[in-house]
Design a protein around this ligand. Structure first.
Ligand code: UD1
Ligand code: CA
Length: 476
């Protein structure tokens, strides 16, 4: 039987009060990606058809984040302006699917449980298809008592209903199987059963979980047990940190299995969108790879370096404590220790940036070097040029930024200032301590140094006079 892709609803209208945050809960990040985006990505990986996010609290902000990541309108939005419970949330999504057939399967997920695996969603759909009641859900046994809904079964083990924690008796609270909050249900049954919900319970809400009792009359919903770490929801920042740790472990294990060495996976921080990472990549402790960073084969990133949106070609070595953002590094480039590459930095193959060098919108061509103490901003630096210690591009006059061009093979002596806009010609020399304000022709030497004067014996005389003065002073 060929089945159409399931419809996916993601409930994300809640306030997230316990986060104590101005940011909607579902936009808090796990491994650099908003938790809601994890859920959308898992649904898509499981072959979802339409994905509809049910939003309420700060819906505009959440919609903007979804549009930015997935494309405008790719994730549809249904509004739940007043949060009257999970059953009410799903009711709010029904108008969006009026034209869909009754035999479509709807997967209902929550936006605050980011680690649900796509394979589990597929399992849920398959169980729903196989279920005479047309309903399946995920259950879990938490490692410690949680205020979750309890799965109540009859003597034969058939799922009778879910009783919410506030409504449960002491006896029912001893049930270890709890509702994880993920469901698959046939759209026809969903439409019919949602209309029967009533808020006659401890919280005065429409409980989605009451659908389980309706399914019992059709033979009973199927429960699939899932590990707690996969289905754990986030309610406060303690949960956020715990889920972050699980996500990081999962990400690191996948990369290690893919051929990446981590000296200490517990202190290696790789965001969800990072990759690919090549074979024999080597990561030291306290390395953070963020954004859309990608590393080629054999790249080594040493202790404490932070790379955000950096494209790194093979066999590059980033030495300790370097910070790079929005940069591109060519093969065998060497960076650090203590280098700061700001946005727009491009370092070609075999080029080197050493300690206390800062770059911004600067292109260092093949084999060029700036080994120590320099600021290179808005600059183009030709192949094999050598930038001495203390070189500064004076690129900003307080109003505008200007370009510095250093052509191939040029040698910039230490402690020079290049006052942009300016061009230093091919194979030329800039003498140490020069302030370059005019273009330097190809092959020339530029020098602005004041002529040196040596006064013979001056230092000896100076010391003698002053030490005598000091002595006579001490006697008073
Ligand atoms: C829910 C389940 C409970 C389960 C638990 C697992 C119900 C009635 N109870 O309880 O059985 O053990 O999840 O975590 O469903 N939401 C809306 N609109 C609303 C209310 C909630 O969009 O009006 C969203 C929330 O943003 C959240 C999700 O639905 O993403 C779950 O809501 P929440 O209030 O956290 O339900 P729980 O009390 O945790
Ligand atoms: Ca919850």
């Amino acid at each position: 039987m060929s089945r159409r892709a399931p419809l996916v609803f993601i409930m994300a209208a809640g306030l997230g009060t316990r986060m104590k945050s101005d940011l909607p809960k579902v936009l808090h990040r796990i491994a650099g990606r908003p938790m809601l985006h994890w859920v959308v990505a898992a649904a898509r990986a499981a072959g979802a058809g339409r994905v509809i996010a049910i939003l309420g609290h700060k819906a505009d902000t959440v919609k903007a984040a979804l549009d930015a990541s997935f494309g405008a309108g790719a994730v549809e939005v249904a509004l739940q302006t007043e949060q009257r419970g999970t059953g009410h949330a799903v009711q709010c999504a029904l108008p969006a699917v009026v034209d869909e057939a009754d035999d479509r399967i709807v997967v209902i997920l929550t936006g605050d449980a980011p680690l649900l695996a796509s394979a589990r969603i597929a399992e849920l759909v398959a169980a729903c298809e196989a279920s005479p009641a047309g309903m399946a859900l995920l259950s879990t046994v938490p490692p410690h008592p949680m205020p979750y809904g309890r799965l109540v079964r009859d003597a034969g083990g058939k799922l009778e209903r879910i009783v919410e924690h506030p409504d449960a008796t002491e006896e029912q609270r001893k049930i270890r199987d709890t509702n994880a909050g993920f469901y698959a249900i046939r759209l026809g049954d969903l439409r019919k059963d949602l209309a029967t919900l009533r808020a006659d319970n401890a919280k005065g809400e429409l409980y989605l979980t009451d659908l389980v009792a309706r399914a019992a009359s059709r033979g009973g919903a199927t429960a699939i047990d899932a590990p707690f770490t996969e289905v754990a929801g986030i309610n406060d920042r303690v949960d956020l940190a715990a889920v972050e740790a699980s996500a990081r472990r999962r990400i690191n294990e996948a990369w290690m299995r893919g051929g990446v060495t981590m000296i200490d996976p517990a202190s290696t921080y790789i965001d969800a969108e990072v990759g690919p990472l090549g074979k024999d990549v080597w990561l030291a402790p306290n390395v953070a790879l963020r954004g859309k960073t990608a590393l080629g084969d054999g790249v080594r990133i040493d202790c404490g370096s932070v790379l955000t949106d950096v494209q790194v070609a093979e066999h590059v070595h980033v030495k300790p404590y370097s910070v790079l953002s929005d940069a591109v590094l060519g093969s065998r480039a060497e960076i650090g220790p203590f280098t700061h590459c700001r946005p727009g930095t491009r370092v070609d193959e075999d080029a080197r940036l050493g300690n206390f060098v800062e770059t911004k919108k600067t292109h260092l061509m093949a084999g060029a070097k700036a080994n120590h103490l320099a600021y290179l901003g808005d600059a183009s630096i030709g192949a094999k040029a050598n930038i001495g210690a203390g070189t500064i591009t004076c690129n900003y006059d307080g109003f505008q930024k200007y370009q510095t061009t250093i052509e191939a093979g040029a040698f910039i002596g230490s402690d020079s200032q290049l006052v942009a806009p300016v061009t230093v010609g091919r194979d030329s020399y800039v003498g140490s301590g020069t302030t370059v304000t005019k273009d330097v022709p190809r092959g020339a030497l530029a020098l602005t140094r004041v002529k040196q004067v040596n006064v013979e014996g001056w230092a000896d005389r100076f010391r003698e006079t002053n030490s005598m003065r000091k002595k006579s002073g001490d006697e008073h």
